[in-house]
Design a protein around this ligand. Structure first.
Ligand SMILES: NC(=O)c1ccc[n+]([C@@H]2O[C@H](COP(=O)([O-])OP(=O)(O)OC[C@H]3O[C@@H](n4cnc5c(N)ncnc54)[C@H](O)[C@@H]3O)[C@@H](O)[C@H]2O)c1
Ligand SMILES: N[C@@H](CCC=O)C(=O)O
Length: 543
């Protein structure tokens, strides 16, 4: 074993490439997209040392071109969940005994593979499989995933370096950061390849072994992540990737005595169901499981009468419609002061008019498709209901078509009732609802923002008046775990704006931070006394 206190490379954020027309990165990504479209991949599960093909093959297609076949994945059942748990438990001893710098090297190598030879492949997979435009893929599947891996290695080293500051006379105090006793379950959402990669790798980095169940609609890129982890030298059994439906996985995992932690990102309803199941099974487990869940949002933008109308409209256009509003952070309700409404409306409608919609293979399309038919039907249900409500005005969009792909035009709804359902419920699509408030009633509007929805994920205030900014910052303290001043509420960057919300939006363990990594270790305090006492009596007791 190597001996020494090792320093890890200081991370910096991975630069975002611009893919401008004529650039070399654009040409090589375009080639990777063409290559991926020309193939039909056969995607197995990865359990221990096995690539598992069940023969129960499910099709994978681009959401924007649902007649095109990208590949198949092999769906598993509860027996595969059992196998994955056994593989994770079997691999555990060797992995947790491995020196931490060896684990660090694997994930640093994975980051460099993604930054270099795998960048096009992971971006192409995310563009095709999840219908993301090139910029949205680049900031997610390349840059954010690379940042998660590099920054987490740095945070891991800092966690291990934290030791008790005081040693009494003749005593040496130490802290050992043990991995959890058991296995960790990572359940990941469709919308971010970076989150899919981070949720299994963060606990694995800290010495845990993991079962990873991605959303079916993200498997095409998940397969590339697994290829990168394996290429980086991740041993068999450390991350076991299975494709089973959620309840099937849950039934086996949450009744297992060695279940030690859940790393979840997805909707609030699913997370609450999982938490209840874990609670109901609590006496079965050898240890209290760690539960980390980052969930839904109903993210707001509130403008003060002093705001710059153009800056506000731009933030709404990008915050609400990038990646078709399928970000937990997406601006989905806005509170506009009456003095600015006409000006903001003009800028916003002009922006929306200029947004091209289509598949991400054409780099000039800003809007792509929503993830699947279920999402399409749910989102358009809200739009139809709004169209049929005479108190509600659709000021932009409202059109949709699923004949080729699941396309929904960016839609803006103007409501008179600030508690109208699209101001309150998470829609997770390209729908922005606006309420215009009396410009002199800013404080009341802040109260509305705070009380309208059960979520507390992201939010933004726009103002050029420092008192108004201070008031919003104070009054909305618990309304958002990520709060933005004069900026859109999306696009958090690892190492700069640690991400997560509270209230119904999750446990706020801030993905890509030391706070998150601390959830995957169980510290052991070691006190060593060099010369042990040999007499029980206190000095004042007589012999
Ligand atoms: N707060 C955040 O950081 C964050 C980030 C991304 C997405 N999200 C949220 O995720 C949601 C969108 O993602 P989604 O549609 O993939 O979410 P989802 O809740 O439908 O699915 C998330 C994962 O849970 C699994 N799942 C579903 N039911 C299950 C069950 N009964 N048992 C076990 N697993 C189950 C799914 O298969 C998937 O892997 C939105 O609500 C969004 O706000 C939150
Ligand atoms: N971290 C991302 C959102 C992740 C949820 O979908 C952002 O800040 O926009």
């Amino acid at each position: 074993m190597l001996k020494g206190f090792f320093n890890v490379p200081d991370p910096t954020n991975e630069p975002v490439k611009n893919y401008a027309p004529g650039s070399p990165e654009r040409a090589s990504l375009q080639a990777a997209i063409n290559d991926a479209r020309s193939k039909v991949v056969d995607i197995p599960m990865f359990i221990g040392s096995e690539e598992v093909r069940t023969g129960n093959k499910k099709e994978l297609s681009p959401p924007h071109d649902h007649q095109h076949l990208l590949g198949y994945f092999h769906e598993g059942d509860s027996s595969h969940v059992e196998q994955a748990i056994n593989a994770a438990l079997g691999a555990k001893a060797a992995w947790e005994n491995m020196q931490w710098e060896q684990r660090a090297a694997i994930f640093l190598k994975a980051a460099d593979l993604l930054a270099g030879p795998y960048r096009d492949k992971i971006n192409a997979a995310t563009m095709l499989g999840q219908s993301k435009n090139v910029y949205q893929a680049e900031i997610d599947s390349a840059c954010e995933l690379i940042d998660f891996l590099r920054f987490n290695v740095k945070f891991m080293a800092e966690i291990y370096a934290q030791q008790p500051p005081i040693h009494g006379a003749g005593i040496w105090n130490r802290t050992e950061q043990r991995p959890l006793e058991g296995f960790v379950m990572a359940i990941t959402p469709f919308n971010f390849t970076a989150i899919a990669g981070n949720l299994p790798s963060a606990p694995a980095m800290m010495g845990n072994t993991v079962i990873w169940k991605p959303a079916h609609t993200q498997i095409y890129a998940a397969n590339v992540i697994m290829e990168v982890f394996r290429k980086a030298g991740l041993p068999d059994g450390i991350i076991n990737l299975i494709y089973v439906d959620g309840p099937t996985a849950g039934d086996v995992v949450f009744s297992h005595p060695d279940f030690a932690g859940l790393h979840f990102t997805g909707s609030t309803g699913v997370f609450q169901t999982l938490w209840k199941t874990i609670g109901a099974n609590i006496s079965r487990y050898k240890t209290y499981p760690r539960i980390v869940g980052e969930t839904g949002g109903k993210d707001f933008v509130i403008a003060h009468k002093s705001a710059d109308a153009k800056e506000l409209a731009t933030a709404l256009a990008r915050g609400a419609f990038e990646y078709q509003g399928q970000k937990c952070s997406a601006a989905s309700r806005a509170y506009i002061p009456s003095n600015l409404w006409e000006e903001v409306k003009g800028f916003l409608l002009a922006d929306i008019d200029s947004m091209k919609m289509g598949g991400p293979e054409d780099f000039s399309n800003f809007i792509n498709a929503v993830i699947d038919e279920k999402a399409f039907d749910k989102i358009t249900g809200y739009i139809d209901e709004a169209k049929n409500d005479s108190n509600v005005e659709i000021v932009a969009g409202g059109n949709y078509d699923k004949s080729t792909g699941y396309f929904i035009a960016p839609t803006v709804i103007h409501v008179q009732d600030p508690m109208y359902k699209t101001m309150v419920e998470e829609i997770f699509g390209p729908v922005l609802t606006l309420y215009v408030y009396h410009a002199e009633h800013y404080e009341e509007a802040l109260e509305l923002v705070d009380q309208t929805s059960p979520y507390g994920l992201t939010g933004a205030v726009f103002s050029r008046d420092r008192y108004a900014i201070e008031l919003a910052t104070t009054k909305l303290r618990h309304a958002a775990g990520n709060f933005y001043i004069n900026d859109k509420p999306t696009g958090a960057v690892v190492g700069q704006q640690p991400f997560g919300g509270a209230r119904a939006s999750g446990t706020n363990d801030k993905a890509g931070s030391m706070i998150n990594l601390l959830r995957w270790v169980s510290p052991r305090t070691i006190k060593e006394t060099f010369v042990s006492p040999r007499d029980y009596r206190y000095p004042f007791l007589e012999e």
